[in-house]
Design a protein around this ligand. Structure first.
Ligand code: AMP
Ligand code: ZN
Length: 436
């Protein structure tokens, strides 16, 4: 590529070039899916033939694929190639029933690495950078997904893997790490340990870019993490079913994540009626993979709620932008008949500069009444011996939360670092309610 901004020519495509490519790839994908016993049967029972899908407008004729379909066909029933052609599988564990399995051919893995490299290049990563990955390496795609993407770009990679924060910090220092991948809750943990160790990231480290994703986080959380670590933080969205990281990623504009439309066809639908919603309105993200061999998925209901950001992006890419994830439809808390997303609570909490970034929502039943307790850590900069000031703060947070979620939670301020941390995605909600 002659244009330094782009890693692949497809990034610079116009809308019509992109749609022409999508159409061609959709037709090829549907044809290829007829090798899958699952999709053959799906098409047969819907009275559809591969020839009915000729253009992008025909997409809506195809039935949705759901997570339940992946479970029902566990482990290999959706594959469109013989197992002998596959070179890796990833599996994501569900809370109930069978886990889901995603198969990859060598070409799939190469295309996945390309997508991740494209994302990292977009935010200024170059071969002379040092990339440290704090994700677990294993079934979680944030490990190997970023590893191969960063290698494809040509950075020096430090596959530190999850945990052992003191060792992570030593690597930052000794290897002069410039780019880090961490989930948001772990980025905050890194800072907590830096404070304990007397490390000032701006003075003592070379960090410049942080890739954060894998779990919902608010704009304020991002700004705080940037401020703590002295980095620019870019939101990264992915899911194992689509491959892993590399699905959608923020550009330097930090305003929405470009979803790579040469890899995916994007739809946003009303989760109840399953009808499309207009650009700008929140709904469930539905994705069709058009660049995969082993296990393409047609109209996959991700259960993630987001919206397409209308308008053009100044960076010059026409690949549409997804807004920050609002959460998954199955993360929604229903308390006393009110629907609440944990991110709504986070948004309120992060407006208080006295608070740190970690919090825990507990739902419990007391005297046959369901209620919510929100525990939140106080920032390390706030003195905790002024009891009346803390009480006042608790009251103010309670009031703001009630305005947002229409329920009055019990708010408890707890010392910095006291909420238990998990190595993987943060556990933000504990539901201890009595089940009737
Ligand atoms: P997994 O397949 O285990 O990697 O989990 C994928 C899920 O993680 C997605 O469906 C989203 O619910 C969530 N996720 C991934 N990236 C983000 C992100 N940047 N913001 C919010 N949620 C995310
Ligand atoms: Zn952009």
């Amino acid at each position: 590529m002659t244009d330094e901004r782009f890693f692949n020519a497809e990034e610079a495509y116009s809308r019509s070039e992109l749609e022409a490519l999508q159409q061609e790839r959709l037709r090829a994908t549907v044809k290829h899916c007829m090798n899958s016993p699952f999709y053959r049967e799906r098409f047969r029972s819907a009275g559809l033939s591969q020839d009915d899908i000729r253009s992008l407008d025909d997409l809506h004729k195809i039935p949705f694929t759901t997570k339940q379909d992946l479970r029902d066909t566990y482990p290999f029933g959706i594959a469109s190639v013989p197992l002998g052609d596959c070179t890796r599988l990833h599996s994501s564990s569900g809370t109930t029933g069978n886990p889901t399995v995603i198969l990859h051919t060598a070409r799939d893995l190469d295309q996945w690495a390309n997508a991740v490299a494209r994302c990292l290049w977009m935010v200024g990563c170059r071969p002379d950078d040092v990339f440290q990955n704090t994700s677990g390496y294993g079934m979680f795609t944030g490990g190997l997904g970023f590893q191969y993407g960063a290698e494809k770009l040509g950075m020096l990679t430090v596959p530190a893997a999850a945990g052992n924060t003191l060792r992570q910090l030593k690597f930052f220092k000794d290897f002069r790490t410039t780019v880090v991948h961490a989930i948001p809750s772990y980025a905050a943990r890194l800072y907590e340990v830096m404070c304990q160790q007397g490390i000032d990231p701006r003075r003592d480290l070379s960090l410049r870019t942080l890739v954060i994703g894998a779990e919902p986080h608010s704009e304020d959380t991002r700004r705080r993490i940037e401020d703590m670590l002295g980095v620019k933080a870019y939101n990264s969205f992915g899911m194992s079913e689509m491959m892993g990281p590399g699905v959608a990623f923020e550009c330097p504009g930090q305003n929405g994540m470009h979803i790579w439309e040469d890899y995916f066809i994007v739809e946003i639908v009303d989760p109840v009626t399953l009808e499309p919603v207009p650009d700008g309105e929140v709904g469930e993200l539905v994705l069709t993979t058009i660049n995969r061999e082993a296990m393409p998925l047609l109209r996959y209901r991700t259960r993630d709620l987001t919206r397409i950001l209308p308008g053009e992006c100044p960076c010059g890419r026409v690949h549409r932008r997804l807004d920050r994830m609002k959460g998954r439809s199955d993360d929604m808390i229903i308390l006393k008949g009110v629907n609440i997303f944990p991110i709504q609570i986070e948004q309120v909490l992060m407006q208080f500069s006295e608070l740190a970034t970690d919090y825990l929502i507990t739902l419990q039943t007391l005297d046959d009444n369901d209620g919510m307790t929100v525990e939140v850590e106080i920032s390390e900069k706030v003195l905790t011996d002024d009891y009346s000031a803390l009480q006042k703060l608790e009251k103010e947070i309670t009031r703001c939360l009630r305005d947002e979620i229409l329920i009055t939670p019990k708010v408890r301020l707890v010392p910095f670092g006291s909420i238990p941390k998990s190595e993987g995605k943060a556990v933000r909600v504990k539901d201890l309610r009595k089940q009737y």
